[in-house]
Write a protein that binds this ligand. Structure first.
Ligand code: UDP
Length: 388
C-alpha cells in the first residue's frame, strides 16, 4: 500500500476494536472513517430492546463485562453506567441442576456429600487423574482437573456440541478459562471488576463513535483499493477475508439463536442455563431479562443457542485455532506482516478467542502505539506481539 501522511485513517469494523481505536484517534485529531459491513454498530456485543417484551436483548449471545485491568475498567466506565452484575451460571446435567463453575456446592451436590473445603480438595485429588503430567488436550486437562465423572457430566457433551470436535482434538487452553473452587463462590469469573451496562452495550458504541472526527459508514464493505487514500488502515474483520482466502478459510464456529417467548414472567430464574448433556441439541438458554435485574418486565424472551460449523455467509464467532491450523494461520500472519500501512486487530483480525476486556486493552495499546509511530516516523506494526 502506498503510504500517505494525512491524518485520515480507515477503521474496519465497528465492534470494540474499531470503537476504541476510532475514539482514541479522533480525540487526537485524526479523521476516522469507520466501515461496518452490518447495518448496526457494536459487533457481536450489540444489544437492542425486544419489540414484544421491552427487554434489552444480547442479540449475539450473552456478554458479561469482567476484567482485572483497571485501565480498561476506567476507560469503559466513561461510556456507560455499569450496574453490579455477577455471572452465576447454572447447568443441567443428567436431569439435575448444578452451579458452575465447579465449586464446593457442585461437588457436594453431585456426589451427595457434605465436604468441607479441605475435604473436597482431597476428594478431588483422589478422583482426578494424577497420571497426567502435562495435559495435551482438553480431555486430559479435564481428567487431571476434576476426574472422569465430573468431566463426563459437565464438559464432554457440552464441548462436543460447542466445538463440533472430540475433546481430545481440542487444546487444553479452552478449559483453562474455567476455575475450580473449593468454596461456595459461584461467580463464573475471578476478575476484580464485573458489571453490566445499565442501558445495554449499544449505548457504549454510540458514545465511542460520537465525535466530530468520526464517520461511521454502516452496511458498507471496505474496498482494499481505497487503502492508499488513508495514512493507515485498522482492520478488525477476518484476516483470511482480507487476503481473499488465498490459503483457505480459517475455521470458526457460528451460533444460531432460536428465539422463544415463554408464557410466563420468569422461564428459568437466571440469565444463563447450560445444557451439558449430549442428547440435548442446544448448549444453553439465555433469558435476557435477568441481565437487567434492575428493570421489570411483564413478559420474557429467551434464546436457545446452537453451535455449528461456520460456512460462507455465516457470522464467525469462535476461532477454533487447532494446532493443525497453525500453518495456515502463520501463512496469513506472514502476509499481514508484509502488508504496509495496515494493522490487524481484534478477535477476527488476529483469529483469537478474546474476551471484551482484552480486545479493549489491545485496541488501546494499538491506538497509543500508532500515535507514537505517527510522531516519530517509526513503522507501525501489522500485528501486536501477542498474536502468535
Ligand atoms: N464448558 C463446558 N461445559 C459448560 C461450560 C463450559 O464443557 O457447561 C467448556 C466448553 O468447552 C467451553 C469452555 O468450557 O467452550 C469455556 O467455557 P466459557 O464459558 O468460557 O465459554 P464461552 O462463554 O466463551 O462460550
Amino acid at each position: 500500500m502506498k503510504k500517505n501522511n494525512s491524518k485520515d485513517v480507515a477503521i474496519i469494523g465497528a465492534g470494540f476494536s474499531g470503537g476504541v481505536v476510532a475514539h482514541v484517534l479522533a480525540e487526537a485529531g485524526f479523521k476516522c472513517s469507520v466501515y461496518e459491513k452490518r447495518s448496526h454498530i457494536g459487533g457481536n456485543c450489540f444489544t437492542e430492546r425486544d419489540v414484544q417484551t421491552g427487554v434489552n436483548k444480547h442479540v449475539y449471545g450473552p456478554h458479561i463485562f469482567h476484567t482485572d485491568n483497571e485501565k480498561v475498567w476506567n476507560f469503559i466506565n466513561q461510556f456507560a453506567e455499569f450496574m453490579p452484575f455477577v455471572n452465576r451460571v447454572k447447568a443441567i446435567a443428567k436431569e439435575r441442576v448444578f452451579s458452575l463453575p465447579i465449586n464446593l456446592l457442585t461437588i457436594n451436590q453431585f456426589f451427595n456429600k457434605t465436604l468441607s473445603p479441605d475435604q473436597a480438595r482431597e476428594f478431588i485429588q483422589t478422583i482426578s487423574d494424577q497420571t497426567i503430567d502435562e495435559p495435551q488436550n482438553f480431555r486430559e486437562q479435564a481428567l487431571k482437573f476434576v476426574g472422569k465423572e465430573l468431566y463426563e457430566s459437565f464438559f464432554e457433551g457440552y464441548t462436543i456440541k460447542q466445538w463440533g470436535l472430540q475433546p481430545e482434538e481440542l487444546p487444553a487452553s479452552i478449559l483453562k478459562r474455567l476455575p475450580l473452587r473449593f468454596n461456595y463462590d459461584d461467580n463464573y469469573f475471578s476478575h476484580k471488576y464485573q458489571g453490566m451496562p445499565k442501558n445495554g452495550y449499544t449505548e457504549i458504541f454510540e458514545k465511542l463513535f460520537d465525535h466530530e472526527n468520526i464517520e461511521v459508514k454502516l452496511s458498507t464493505s471496505f474496498d482494499r483499493d481505497k487503502a492508499s487514500s488513508y495514512s493507515h488502515v485498522f482492520y478488525s474483520g477476518p484476516i483470511d477475508h482480507y487476503f481473499d482466502y488465498q490459503f483457505g478459510s480459517l475455521p470458526y464456529r457460528t451460533l444460531d439463536f432460536e428465539v422463544f417467548y415463554p408464557d410466563t414472567n420468569d422461564y428459568q430464574g437466571t440469565a444463563v442455563l447450560n445444557y451439558c448433556d449430549k442428547d440435548v441439541p442446544f448448549t444453553r438458554i439465555t433469558e435476557h431479562k435477568h441481565f437487567s435485574p434492575w428493570e421489570s418486565h411483564e413478559k420474557t424472551v429467551c434464546y436457545r443457542e446452537f453451535s455449528r460449523e461456520c460456512s460462507e455467509g455465516d457470522i464467525p464467532y469462535y476461532p477454533i485455532r487447532l494446532a493443525s491450523e497453525q500453518t495456515q494461520l502463520l501463512e496469513y500472519i506472514s502476509l499481514a506482516e508484509n502488508e504496509d500501512g495496515v494493522t490487524f486487530l481484534g478477535r477476527l483480525g488476529t483469529y483469537r478467542y478474546l474476551d471484551m476486556d482484552v480486545t479493549i486493552q489491545e485496541a488501546l495499546e494499538i491506538a497509543e502505539k500508532f500515535l507514537m509511530c505517527f510522531e516519530t516516523g517509526e513503522k507501525m506494526p501489522a500485528l501486536s506481539e501477542k498474536t502468535r
